[in-house]
Design a protein around this ligand. Structure first.
Ligand SMILES: Cc1cc2nc3c(=O)[nH]c(=O)nc-3n(C[C@H](O)[C@H](O)[C@H](O)COP(=O)(O)OP(=O)(O)OC[C@H]3O[C@@H](n4cnc5c(N)ncnc54)[C@H](O)[C@@H]3O)c2cc1C
Length: 381
């Protein structure tokens, strides 16, 4: 599989057109103002982007995972915050409910999420439990038919927008037992803390959450009690392929902008693209974009083909590790090609430079990916 299908490529054009017309002209201002564009989320919903991997009965189109990766890549080529809003909206918001929800839970939450009318978050990380997510301190205790939740979550994407309807959180429900519980926005005792002051992803919504005797009905348990840890690990495997697609979009965006600039900018009587020092860097960048894309869509293809969870997990970690590190390098090359302009917010490569770093951290750091890949090789790490 070295090429995507005609359908995938036609769909790519639709999303590229949307991103260039509806997002590109406004994104610098949104980024400057840290503005979360709810209207764009609605428009992405109308385009069907949130429902790509969701069956028709919940308002989706039942497409494959590869199609979702194409959409994330194309949004990410224009802006990473918008790309992560879709990636997290589907991967962390919709996917857990779709995979583990009861009929009633799916019917209650999915139609609005799929239509882009609402967003959902997934709260796994805590102030003292990130890579070591099993160290969760948040507790949920059953009392009179309610879960009573106490604790805190950190860095939760899409958790505090005006249209966030629900956040799914992991909590200890017994000794050595972690479960996932759905907490609707506005539930008493559930506080969304002020937005973080971030290096990048200024358009993306990220908050800490606190739970202070927060009560939700017992039936808000998502999936099987005590299986929360296993459930989120599975959710993250898919998420890593999608983050890899987001990184490919970033690297491709850097390549496109740099090639154009290298043909236009003249020094010493010739375009800078005529100097080997620039041309060779862009040649190397093209190689890494191609390699990252192949690894990403290989992992997506394995998932779409229903290959074993072990095979998908390994391919997902390999793709995420390579693509995100390639994306960070791509932004360093692109800002260098742009010279002083690369340091100016007026040029998209400056925003890309700030946005890239988190790719090596979110949904499992590069170190965690190396650990997982080494485990997949059979090493006792
Ligand atoms: C903008 C943003 C959005 C996010 N969105 C979400 C979200 O929606 N939901 C959610 O649950 N989380 C989210 N996160 C959290 C993110 O997944 C975590 O920050 C990440 O997993 C790392 O955890 P940590 O920050 O606790 O770092 P730590 O785990 O404290 O790691 C610190 C450093 O130590 C390294 N390290 C840790 N353990 C090992 C080891 N065994 N071997 C080698 N090195 C190790 C790490 O790689 C890292 O370099 C988000 C984070 C950010 C910044």
């Amino acid at each position: 599989m070295f090429e995507l299908s005609q359908e995938h490529e036609s769909f790519r054009k639709v999303v590229r057109d949307f991103a260039e017309k509806e997002i590109a002209p406004h994104v610098a201002q949104w980024d400057r103002e840290h503005h979360f564009p709810v209207g764009v989320v609605h428009a992405m919903g109308e385009l069907g982007l949130f429902g790509l991997v969701v069956p028709e009965q919940y308002g989706g189109s039942g497409a494959d995972f590869t199609t979702l990766c194409v959409a994330i890549e194309e949004l990410g080529r224009i802006d990473q915050s918008i790309g992560i809003t879709l990636e997290a909206g589907v991967g962390l918001g919709i996917n857990p409910i779709l995979t583990y929800g009861t009929q009633a839970q799916k019917q209650q939450w999915l139609p609005d999420l799929v239509a882009g009318r609402t967003l959902a978050g997934f709260g796994l990380t805590e102030p003292e439990a990130g890579s070591d997510a099993g160290a969760t301190k948040t507790r949920a205790v059953l009392d009179n038919g309610d879960w009573v939740i106490n604790g805190a979550k950190a860095f939760i994407t899409n958790s505090g927008t005006d249209i966030t309807s629900v956040v799914t959180v992991t909590a200890k429900t017994g000794d050595g037992e972690i479960s996932t519980i759905m907490v609707p926005s506005g539930t008493p005792g559930f506080t969304v803390e002020p937005a973080y002051d971030k290096l990048g992803w200024h358009i993306s919504d990220t908050h800490g959450l606190t739970f202070d005797d927060c009560r939700v009905p017992e039936e808000n348990l998502l999936g099987t009690r005590g299986h929360g840890f296993k459930q989120f690990l599975a959710v993250l495997d898919d998420g890593r392929i999608a983050i890899s697609a987001l990184a490919v979009g970033l690297a491709q965006g850097c390549l496109d902008l740099s090639v154009r600039y290298a043909n236009e900018r003249t020094t010493f009587g010739a375009p800078i693209g005529a100097k080997q020092g620039i041309a060779f860097q862009l040649a190397d960048l093209a190689v890494s974009v191609e390699a990252a894309r192949l690894l990403t869509y290989k992992a997506a293809a394995l998932k779409d083909a229903g290959r074993s969870a072990k095979a998908v997990k390994q391919a997902a970690s390999i793709a995420k590790l390579y693509s995100t590190e390639a994306a960070v390098t791509a932004t360093r090359i692109a800002t260098q090609v742009f010279g002083g302009n690369g340091f100016m917010e007026e040029f998209a490569v400056a925003r890309f430079y700030r946005d890239a770093k988190i790719l090596e951290i979110g949904e499992g750091t590069s170190e965690v990916q190396r650990m997982l890949i080494a485990r997949g090789l059979g090493l006792p790490i």
